[in-house]
Design a protein around this ligand. Sequence first.
Ligand code: FAD
Length: 314
Amino acid sequence: MPSALVFFNELSDVPSKAQRELLTLASRFDEATLAVASEVSQEAQEVVNGYGVAKLLVASGGDDAFIDHSLSVLEAAVKLSAADVVLVANDNFNREIAARLAVRLDGAVVTDATDVSADLVVTKDELAGSYSAQAKATSGTLFVTMKPNSIEDVPGEQDGQLDVLALELPGAAAPQIRVVATEAKAVSDRPKLTEARVVVAGGRGVNGDFGPVEDLADALSGAVGASRAATDAGWISHDAQIGQTGVTVSPQLFISAGISGAIQQKAGMQTSKCIIAINKDVDAPVFEIADFGIVGDLSKVLPQAAEEIRRRQA
Ligand SMILES: Cc1cc2nc3c(=O)[nH]c(=O)nc-3n(C[C@H](O)[C@H](O)[C@H](O)COP(=O)(O)OP(=O)(O)OC[C@H]3O[C@@H](n4cnc5c(N)ncnc54)[C@H](O)[C@@H]3O)c2cc1C
């Protein structure tokens, strides 16, 4: 059976949900190795060991926050582990690393994957989730970028031996870009938009007031998203934009409020497991892909939904 290598740029004491999903997937293979491009605490080592990771390759000390150090780390880890499949997150940073290394090492890359079988058949979304395809590499190492929320995180209870090795980076080139200052963004208590199990998104129909959207998201412990019309209007940060030119989400539950459902918007959310659409126009295209539709005014529907959910939770 093939072996798997998982790569993280950083790993905190408590791995993120997307990272735990990758570790769960890797644990299905014969041998699972994890490579991390920065320090890994004892707490994090214990967590990854629980997922059956046998070898941890660590290469801290890269002083550039851009891609060179991560590329060198992953390249060295691929060569050392001789893994058949390399699993990384589906964000732009990791997609770029996977693509560049696949070219450099004469391997193959599959993005937007939702599963990888034991015989290395990759299931992936195509055309913004309109189709599901299966692909198999014909040669070289297979690099796969996994969509969050595709694999159920099954926390391991294995406590085998974890070999921690410092990864040697032969002839690492001096970074061409060095960060001279950073400013932390305000931290939100809500889950990350791309990883959340529940997303409540608002569009032009919120008419400048995201309060009811945020309130329902909080009642459901979900993340807040938006259409481009809402972000362009400055009602909410551009980070919240979902769609062709925004982020792609695939939560268990997506609630769309006051969004018409343009093709560019649907491209970012139509693989959600359950879609509930609230729109006052019965002919809005969003109803074509909704599992449940509510024809109504969101300023009435959203507060009622939040109130009822809190009443049932109490
Ligand atoms: C190249 C390109 C890329 C794009 N990328 C993206 C992208 O990534 N993401 C994205 O979202 N868009 C994107 N767009 C824009 C996209 O085409 C739409 O213009 C945009 O999605 C419309 O946003 P909206 O649905 O919020 O607004 P509208 O289309 O104006 O729809 C508003 C909806 O709200 C409903 N409504 C109004 N008031 C209420 C109320 N009180 N209660 C309930 N319903 C109400 C209306 O009936 C209407 O259906 C892109 C466009 C292009 C050309």
